[in-house]
Design a protein around this ligand. Structure first.
Ligand code: DAH
Length: 329
């Protein structure tokens, strides 16, 4: 019996190494592995063996069967890849699989658009920190410690001294401390307010601040710049108005509204930004001579601008990260 096993193994080794095509391999399979092949026939003989020999030969037969099967499989794989069967499975005329590319968030797109418009008008870009001190967020902007204007901002305080900035206006101060006039820059960034979340307000949003300081900056220039901006952003036929307002850091102050008339609905004025001439107190706070220099400033909400431009009526969609919304832009 031992001799028989050795013989089958040796012959199989010889046969399989001579195989050079799938057809020849099939012949080897029939000879050794098919139902009536040499290996299964050993298992037939197994039944006739005396009981005490069964454990030994059972083990040997199984070993033989496994190694023959493994070698057969390996040979098959080699032949299939080299004979081109695998290559033929690759149909190069099939359309490719598209990789899904991400895209810029609509707020990023709007910010870039706003930046580009102002760059075209001679503004550079400056940024400041999101965690601010009370000093920059309020004091330097002419909000005295218990000025009622502080109520306009629901602030996330970190401690007595630090807070999440409630607007981008503190970046004006940081810029004026760093750069001597003439200076002209916009300052985009995230701002935070502790407000109840609704379709109209969210706990964080984005603003773009603008500042121009020089020896002869006038309100007329402020108007000219913002009108030009509104025309570039909303289209040249945009209807706008300047309305007197109040901010602690500008005097006089104004708000700009645009006329909004959604299809089939009644039109109305909607505020898009706040602006004004930099208050002399603010200039003095950063050691800019308010006798010699004047300036204008403005600030607008990016979500608001985006909502108006694209007819979006719920601010929360910007932060839901629902692809069905984001993919539209
Ligand atoms: N900081 C104001 C706000 O968050 C917006 C603003 C108004 C900015 C007037 C300005 C400005 O620079 O001149 O509501």
């Amino acid at each position: 019996m031992d001799k028989k096993i050795t013989e089958i193994r040796e012959n199989f080794e010889k046969d399989i190494s001579a195989v050079s095509s799938l057809k020849e391999l099939e012949e080897v399979r029939i000879k050794y592995l098919s139902r009536k092949g040499l290996v299964p026939s050993l298992f037939e003989e197994f039944k006739t063996l005396p009981k005490e020999e069964k454990p030994k030969y059972g083990k040997l037969f199984n070993e033989l069967k496994n190694s023959v099967q493994n070698e057969f499989n390996a040979k098959k794989t080699t032949l299939e890849s080299s004979s081109g069967t695998a290559a033929r499975k690759l149909d190069i005329s099939l359309p490719g699989r598209r990789k899904k590319l991400g895209s810029k968030h609509i707020l990023t797109q709007t910010t870039e658009e706003i930046k580009n418009i102002f760059k075209g008008l001679g503004f550079s870009v400056f940024e400041g920190p999101e965690i601010e001190s009370d000093h920059y967020n309020f004091e330097m902007l002419n909000f005295p410690p218990d000025h009622p204007a502080r109520d306009m901002q629901d602030t996330f305080f970190i401690n007595e001294k630090f807070l999440m900035r409630t607007h981008t206006s503190p970046v004006q101060i940081r810029l004026m401390e760093k750069v001597k006039p003439p200076l002209r820059a916009i300052m985009p960034g995230r701002v935070f307010r502790n407000e109840a979340i609704s379709a109209k307000s969210y706990c964080l949003f984005h603003q773009v601040e603008g500042l121009y300081v020089d020896t002869d900056v006038t309100f007329a220039e402020l108007k000219g710049t913002l009108i030009q901006f509104a025309k570039n952003f909303f289209g040249k036929n945009v209807k706008y108005r300047f309305r007197p307002s109040f901010f602690p850091f500008t005097e006089p102050s104004a708000e700009v509204d645009i006329w909004w008339e959604p299809k089939g609905k009644e039109g109305r004025w909607l505020e898009i930004l706040g602006c004004g001439m930099v208050d002399p107190n603010v200039l003095n706070n950063v050691n800019i001579d308010s006798e010699k220099y004047t300036g204008y400033a403005f600030g607008m909400g990016i979500e608001r601008m985006t909502m108006l431009k694209y007819g979006i009526n719920d601010i929360r969609v910007f932060f839901d990260n629902d692809n069905r919304f984001l993919e539209q832009f």
